[in-house]
Design a protein around this ligand. Structure first.
Ligand code: FE2
Ligand code: FE2
Length: 348
């Protein structure tokens, strides 16, 4: 029987720093109690030697998945049965929630320690606290590997963060966001269950806030700079964003069974459709005509990075669903909390 442990810690460094440090496997003994050594054999294979509660264990582990600034997952391929994953969720520009999930076979530990779960839980907590003081006192990582390992796929290219699909520019990225939010709203209309409707509404709101803030940070300044009537266009768009935000705030705490739910959804749907049409038929084509391809692609990366400063709301069954609740939480105030995460704004 395997036992599972999940612990989180908030560290006061940007997500990139926290993630980069975690790619330096051979330095794990510096902050992980009980880990005697980790030897990196190649990009995907590690050899671990650890002693927990006096039980010495040795095993080979394979990296199953590694996505820069998001996660690392591994599993033992020999020796003691165990697997783990660490997830990184940015909590604004200078803070990261690090969550460690461990799964292990308690044989051996049980005889020695009696309560293996308790021992591993305490050890995991201590390791995360050590990681926090290690990285916060340094303020910078000791090294980085920015390559990618995708589940069931070959190795990615080291040094390349793969957030924007190749060949896509900022207009592709923003248009895909529009389709996603419009799709979610369409799904709400066809869903009967009030709880599910509320979940879908929270997902749509979270996506829309991330999208709007990214546009305001990077796309609107580019429109002001490059479009003939840029200032006017941006003022119009910003006004519509404010209208959308106002509607989302009215909408965020309303139950799926409340009669106001449909009324607010209809309003949001109408204003959003109008705004999307303005952007897609006027402003985006103008932007594409005015900016060189290389800049449009660069903007796509900036928009994706800006969106990553706040978590997306995953499906309720997804493993990081709880993390979203910890960091943002649906309900009244969600729009403001998301905006704070995205802009690094602090509310008192
Ligand atoms: Fe917009
Ligand atoms: Fe937009």
């Amino acid at each position: 029987m395997t036992t599972k442990v999940e612990k989180s810690v908030e560290v006061d460094v940007p997500v990139r720093t926290a993630y980069n440090q975690w790619t330096q496997f051979e330095e794990f003994p510096d902050f992980m109690g009980g880990v005697e050594s980790v030897t990196q054999r190649d990009d995907r294979t590690l050899h671990w030697v650890a002693a927990i509660a006096g039980v010495r264990r040795e095993w080979d582990a394979e990296i199953l998945e590694q996505v820069p600034d998001e996660k690392v997952a591994w599993a033992a391929t020999s020796g003691a049965t165990n697997a783990g994953a660490v997830h990184f969720i940015p909590n604004g520009p200078g803070q990261t929630l690090v969550t460690l999930h461990l799964e292990f076979e308690p044989e051996g530990l049980v005889e020695k320690a009696g309560d293996a779960l308790n021992v591993v839980e305490r050890q995991t907590e201590a390791d995360l606290a050590n990681f926090k003081s290690f990285i916060e006192s340094r303020g910078a990582e000791t090294g980085a590997w920015r390559g990618e390992v995708r589940a069931g796929s070959a190795l990615g290219t080291p040094g390349v963060a793969d957030t924007v699909p190749p060949g896509q520019d900022v207009v592709d990225v923003l248009t895909a966001d529009h389709r996603e939010v419009a799709g979610l709203i369409g799904e709400i209309w066809t869903t009967q269950d009030p709880g599910e409707r509320r979940d879908l509404a929270d997902t749509a709101i979270a996506e829309l806030v991330r999208h709007a803030v990214a546009e305001e940070m990077y796309v609107y300044p580019a429109m002001r700079k490059h479009l003939a009537d840029g200032d006017e266009a941006v003022e119009h768009d910003v006004e519509e964003h404010q209208q959308l935000e106002e509607l989302m705030k009215q909408f965020e705490g309303v139950e799926g069974s409340d009669p106001r739910f449909n009324e607010l959804l209809r309003k949001l749907d109408t204003v959003l459709a109008d705004h999307i049409s303005d952007e897609e038929t006027k402003h985006f084509p103008q932007l594409r005509a005015a900016l060189p391809e290389s800049e449009l692609v660069e903007l796509a990366g900036k928009v994706e990075s800006a969106k990553k400063l706040a978590p997306t709301r995953p499906h309720p069954a997804a493993p990081n669903h709880e993390l979203f609740h910890k960091l943002v939480g649906p309900g009244v105030g969600m729009v403001d909390r998301l905006r704070d995460k995205l802009t690094g704004r602090t509310t008192s």
